[in-house]
Design a protein around this ligand. Structure first.
Ligand SMILES: *[C@@H]1O[C@H](CO)[C@@H](O)[C@H](O)[C@H]1NC(C)=O
Ligand SMILES: *[C@@H]1O[C@H](CO)[C@@H](O)[C@H](O)[C@H]1NC(C)=O
Ligand SMILES: *[C@@H]1O[C@H](CO)[C@@H](O)[C@H](O)[C@H]1NC(C)=O
Ligand SMILES: *[C@@H]1O[C@H](CO)[C@@H](O)[C@H](O)[C@H]1NC(C)=O
Ligand SMILES: *[C@@H]1O[C@H](CO)[C@@H](O)[C@H](O)[C@H]1NC(C)=O
Ligand SMILES: *[C@@H]1O[C@H](CO)[C@@H](O)[C@H](O)[C@H]1NC(C)=O
Ligand SMILES: *[C@@H]1O[C@H](CO)[C@@H](O)[C@H](O)[C@H]1NC(C)=O
Ligand SMILES: *[C@@H]1O[C@H](CO)[C@@H](O)[C@H](O)[C@H]1NC(C)=O
Ligand SMILES: *[C@@H]1O[C@H](CO)[C@@H](O)[C@H](O)[C@H]1NC(C)=O
Ligand SMILES: *[C@@H]1O[C@H](CO)[C@@H](O)[C@H](O)[C@H]1NC(C)=O
Ligand SMILES: *[C@@H]1O[C@H](CO)[C@@H](O)[C@H](O)[C@H]1NC(C)=O
Ligand SMILES: *[C@@H]1O[C@H](CO)[C@@H](O)[C@H](O)[C@H]1NC(C)=O
Length: 762
């Protein structure tokens, strides 16, 4: 039991303490803070299970989730809220300011809006300030420079603008600074950065910084990670940066740095593991000093203007796994030691030859030598590889034949645009892992090897622009993964009719061959993928699976009348191209089932009959080319409803009647309708004088026989049979006359001047 004096003394003591950090006041401040966000809600996606309703007076505030108190005084020293929807802003008078002992303020992923209040600079004990993946806007207040106890500061992934305040040069304890993914434009970075002597990790990536680096960075002797990628930094990279002994990673990708690049007298004890200088303006040969970074695992120098050959000294980098020198101006021989890396990307240079790998030295998974100047025959020793996920030799000058040893262990094979000749060898019996085969634009000939049927996971087969001379490989329809089949510009011949169907096909191009015969009306009924409209994320839907690698390849295709190169990774559309063959008969009505098509090309054949009105069901259609056929009747009126259509060509047919009215039709070139029998309503497209402009009366009657209606005629006939022979005969005579070749002959003969009213319907 205390005596009264003791009690009084105790009471007095606690009074003093409570005025400094009264637990009640601290709790009130937290409750006020909670009330500052009346629209807050739990985040349905959250890993951090939290609801503000748990902050209530039934428990001591020090036990509230996210709150940490000093064990003795009860003062709040840490407030950590992650993944909750605060959905409001920090006011200048925010009650956080009453939490004067706060050392750690973390409001991550909280949908915090508005500006950072300048008053936050009063929380002078803050050591960690983390406001990552919010919606903060405006500039950083200069007053934050007062927080000179900070060791960690992140404003990453907001929408902050303006300059980094010069007062940041006070942060002599700051170890982590992360301002990435904002819209900062500048500040006196040379001054600030060179003063941050405790800095260990710096991330300024993905902003609009336009600045130089400090000319001397040697005071940053603790720096491990230096990341300024995707900005507008310019000038030289100071040699002193690379001499920092702790340095592990340097990421300068996507700036405007330029040479000369000097790495200094880097000691052999350098710890540098990752160096990314890609997408800058460096030129001249790669300096030999770079090969002193003996611990280097990743080296990306792509997309600069480096010249010269690959130095043999690079073999000193025994830890190197990933090398990217693509998009430079390098030349000479590719040394054999590089085939022991994991990933070798040398595309878009002027390399002219490959040094033969003599021992079992091919360990590489991914080799991209595309778009170089490689000559001679296909390097046979590549067959020594045990597992190549990717071999890209496209756009070179390789000649001779494709070796029979190749395919066994290679998953993605890109040999596009070389001078390879002979047959495609029948070597796919064991090639079940092949996903992607592109031998387009070579001189290959003969029949397709039947062993391709074993490539049961094949996604992409491009044979375009060779001399393959075979019938339609309908048997490829059993490759249930096949997304893209391109046979265009070869010497394929004969009919394509088959009901196998291509269940996963998104793109088929059989253009410019000698396919002939008619397509059955139900030709497309089993083409399931094209019939399905996916609602999933566009980018994923578009990209083609290449197994465990990311690779950007492209394909070319006639699109909207122009030969267009598509990066496969963005290939979000579905297309059929049957153009430039010898097809006859009607365009299959079942094309209307392929609801997700964006691009349809039946041009330059000998299709007859009317345009199937079912095309109007392709609501995503962007381009329709039916030109250079013998199509007759009207342009179906419903095509005017296709609101994404931006390119169409109906020219050089036997079409007549009114051109449907819609913004899409009105914005076409006049030439898209030229050389037809009697299209009218073209004044706004072609102007009053130029182009095809028959007088509206010319084929007025036939308006009642737009192709949609001519299909209806068939059902009338059925109905008429039910009514009786008289009506039936009258209808049949009219219908036969309308659709007959005689009618077409009549139209050709008399053109737009044939007497109107000659077509009568019973
Ligand atoms: C939850 O995740 C979905 C899908 O990623 C996203 O669209 C939504 O904005 C997220 N909600 C919040 C509150 O973060
Ligand atoms: C108060 O918080 C506790 C957890 O701290 C929670 O279980 C309780 O449901 C809360 N009370 C109210 C009324 O929200
Ligand atoms: C934020 O609050 C507003 C009301 O002010 C509400 O309309 C909106 O849906 C809320 N946003 C989120 C992400 O909860
Ligand atoms: C804080 O400022 C807002 C205006 O920004 C004001 O409405 C509110 O009453 C102030 N609260 C306190 C506790 O002063
Ligand atoms: C602040 O909180 C974060 C998240 O809980 C924690 O990782 C960090 O160590 C804390 N920092 C300080 C200085 O207390
Ligand atoms: C960021 O701010 C800019 C203008 O300040 C605005 O155009 C942009 O939409 C904002 N972005 C986000 C993600 O809020
Ligand atoms: C750099 O930091 C020192 C303390 O380490 C400080 O005295 C000096 O003012 C800072 N420089 C600037 C320009 O703020
Ligand atoms: C192809 O691979 C199989 C198994 O992976 C192996 O048994 C066969 O010998 C290989 N053939 C050639 C020609 O390398
Ligand atoms: C396929 O593999 C088997 C053994 O796995 C082998 O005997 C055969 O020669 C291989 N065929 C080809 C064409 O490589
Ligand atoms: C295709 O091969 C056949 C014989 O199989 C031959 O008669 C024909 O001329 C070849 N066509 C072309 C274009 O090479
Ligand atoms: C298709 O072309 C072949 C020659 O390639 C010919 O023999 C055949 O008669 C043609 N068929 C039709 C229906 O025109
Ligand atoms: C492929 O790229 C995506 C997006 O850039 C990335 O998330 C993924 O990790 C990459 N995969 C591989 C195997 O590199």
């Amino acid at each position: 039991m205390m005596n009264p004096i003791q009690s009084f003394f105790f009471f007095f003591l606690s009074l003093i303490c409570s005025t400094l950090s009264s637990p009640t006041l601290q709790m009130d401040a937290l409750l006020e803070f909670k009330n500052e966000f009346p629209f807050s809600a739990p985040n349905p996606n959250a890993s951090f299970d939290f609801s503000f309703s748990w902050w209530n007076t039934s428990t001591n505030h020090c036990s509230w989730k996210g709150v940490t108190c000093n064990a003795n005084s009860g003062a709040v020293i840490s407030l950590v809220l992650e993944d909750i929807v605060l959905n409001g802003s920090l006011k200048a008078n925010t009650s956080l300011l009453k939490l004067q002992h706060l050392q750690n303020l973390t409001l991550c992923n909280c949908i915090l809006r508005g500006e950072i209040p300048s008053s936050l600079g009063n929380l002078s004990h803050l050591m960690q300030l983390d406001l990552f993946n919010n919606d903060l806007v405006g500039e950083i207040p200069t007053s934050l420079g007062n927080l000179n106890q900070l060791t960690f500061m992140s404003f990453s992934s907001n929408n902050l603008t303006g300059h980094v305040p010069s007062s940041f040069a006070n942060f002599n304890k700051l170890s982590n600074l992360d301002l990435s993914r904002n819209q900062f434009s500048g500040g006196d970075l040379p001054l600030i950065l060179s003063n941050l002597t405790s800095l260990s990790e710096l991330d300024l990536s993905s902003n609009h910084f336009k600045s130089k680096l400090p000319s001397n960075m040697s005071r940053l002797h603790n720096l491990k990670v230096f990341d300024v990628k995707r900005n507008y930094f310019l000038g030289n990279v100071p040699t002193s940066l690379f001499m920092i002994p702790m340095l592990l990673g340097v990421y300068l990708r996507g700036n405007q740095f330029e040479g000369p690049l000097e790495f200094g007298n880097t000691s052999a004890s350098s710890r540098l593991v990752s160096l990314d200088l890609s997408s800058n303006n460096f030129h001249e040969p790669i300096p030999e000093d770079i090969f002193r970074f003996l611990k280097l695992e990743t080296l990306d120098l792509s997309n600069n203007s480096f010249t010269g050959a690959i130095s043999r000294s690079m073999s000193k980098l025994v830890s190197l796994r990933f090398l990217d020198l693509s998009y430079n101006k390098m030349e000479g021989q590719v040394p054999s030691f590089l085939w022991s890396l994991d990933t070798l990307t040398l595309s878009h240079n002027y390399f002219s030859s490959l040094e033969e790998v003599v021992v079992n030295g091919i360990l590489v998974f991914k080799v991209d030598l595309g778009s170089n100047s490689l000559q001679g025959s296909f390097p046979l020793w590549i067959c020594k590889s045990t597992l190549l996920l990717l071999l890209d030799l496209s756009n070179n000058h390789l000649s001779g034949s494709i070796p029979s040893c190749l395919m066994n262990s290679t998953v993605n094979i890109l040999l596009r645009n070389n001078n390879l000749s002979g047959f495609l060898p029948d070597i796919f019996a064991n090639a079940t892992d092949v996903l992607y085969l592109d031998v387009s634009r070579n001189q290959l000939m003969g029949k397709l090897p039947k062993s391709l049927i074993n490539c049961k996971y094949m996604h992409y087969l491009n044979l375009k622009g060779n001399k393959f001379n075979d019938t339609f490989p309908y048997w490829l329809g059993s490759l249930v993964s096949l997304r893209v089949l391109i046979l265009g510009s070869n010497a394929f011949y004969g009919p394509v009719s088959s009901h196998v169907g291509f269940p996963s096909l998104k793109i088929i191009d059989i253009s410019h061959n000698s396919f002939n015969g008619t397509l059955p009306q139900d030709y497309f009924v089993n083409w399931l993928e094209m019939s399905t409209v996916w609602v999933d994320y566009e980018g994923i839907r578009g990209s083609l699976y290449m197994g465990a690698i990311n690779h950007t390849d492209s394909m070319d295709m006639m699109y909207k009348g122009v030969d267009t190169e598509f990066p496969l990774i963005f290939l979000g559309f579905k297309a059929i191209d049957f153009s430039g063959n010898k097809f006859t008969g009607r365009i299959p009505k079942s094309v209307g089932l392929l609801k997700d098509l964006r691009h349809v090309n039946f041009s330059r054949n000998a299709f007859t009959g009317s345009i199937p009105s079912s095309l109007a069901k392709l609501t995503n259609l962007e381009a329709l080319d039916l030109s250079h056929n013998k199509l007759s009747g009207n342009i179906p009126r419903d095509l005017a409803r296709l609101s994404f259509m931006s390119y169409m060509d109906f020219s050089h047919n036997l079409l007549q009647g009114p051109v449907p009215r819609s913004t899409q039709f009105q914005s076409q070139n006049c030439s898209s309708f030229e050389d037809n029998l009697g299209l009218y309503g073209l004044e706004t497209i072609c102007g009053p004088i130029h182009g095809p402009h028959p007088t509206p009366g010319d084929s007025h009657q036939s308006e009642e026989f737009s192709s949609e209606e001519s299909e209806e005629v068939l059902s009338w006939i059925a109905a008429a049979i039910a009514f009786g022979p008289g009506v039936f005969c009258g209808l049949v005579i009219g219908y036969i006359f309308f659709t007959s070749q005689k009618h077409i002959w009549f139209m050709e003969k008399f053109g737009r001047n044939y007497p109107r009213g000659i077509i009568t319907v019973g």
